[in-house]
Design a protein around this ligand. Structure first.
Ligand SMILES: C[S@@+](CC[C@H](N)C(=O)[O-])C[C@H]1O[C@@H](n2cnc3c(N)ncnc32)[C@H](O)[C@@H]1O
Length: 164
């Protein structure tokens, strides 16, 4: 099975209904401080003219966190229909939000002011190459905000074992 099929398979399980409860536990046990710092710094940088791109938005936790912040445009991409459906269910009414089905390893012309991607890199086959590609396509003076696990793959697999 290819990496892409495997990842899509995980997020299609039970129509991705497992993800939000899992994310709450993960966020409070594994990454509480990282998530807090991420959000604090991100909010400081977002201005009404900021164009945001989220890569691997999943069910839209970051959209929810920024829904009351003023921005120019928020484009959120994911290749899991099930995860996107969950995001659409909650957040379609946000003005200037575009939710799009797309493989984030194949994106080009990313002229955004801020790119964010949380808990996605471990799913990519060559994360460093992909980050360099995203970075080279940022708007001048733009920023990238990433949250990812620096622990070994077995640690991640342990968490995902019940779904594998
Ligand atoms: C662990 S979830 C993170 C979701 C969200 N960023 C969060 O913090 O809750 C990983 C997401 O990345 C998406 N993803 C993984 N590889 C992808 C790819 N190549 N293209 C698009 N989305 C991808 C998955 O479909 C899934 O929704």
């Amino acid at each position: 099975m290819t990496q892409t099929k495997h990842v899509k398979g995980i997020y299609s399980l039970f129509n991705a209904r497992w993800y939000d409860p899992f994310r709450t536990v993960w966020g409070s046990i594994v990454s509480k401080k990282a998530e807090k710092d991420f959000l604090t710094n991100l909010k400081k940088e977002i201005k009404p003219q900021t164009r945001i791109l989220e890569l691997g938005c999943g069910s839209g936790i970051n959209i929810g966190r920024l829904q009351h912040t003023l921005f120019k445009q928020y484009t959120a991409l994911d290749f899991s229909e099930e995860m996107l459906d969950r995001a659409k269910k909650h957040y379609t009414k946000i003005p200037n939000l575009i939710l799009k089905h797309q493989d984030i390893t194949r994106v080009d012309h990313l002229h955004y002011d801020i790119i964010i991607s949380t808990w996605v890199l471990s799913h990519l086959e060559k994360p460093a190459d992909i980050i360099n590609k995203w970075y080279s396509q940022l708007a001048p003076g733009g920023s990238i905000y990433l949250i990812f696990l620096t622990k070994p793959k077995w640690y991640i697999n342990l968490w995902f074992y019940p779904f594998a």
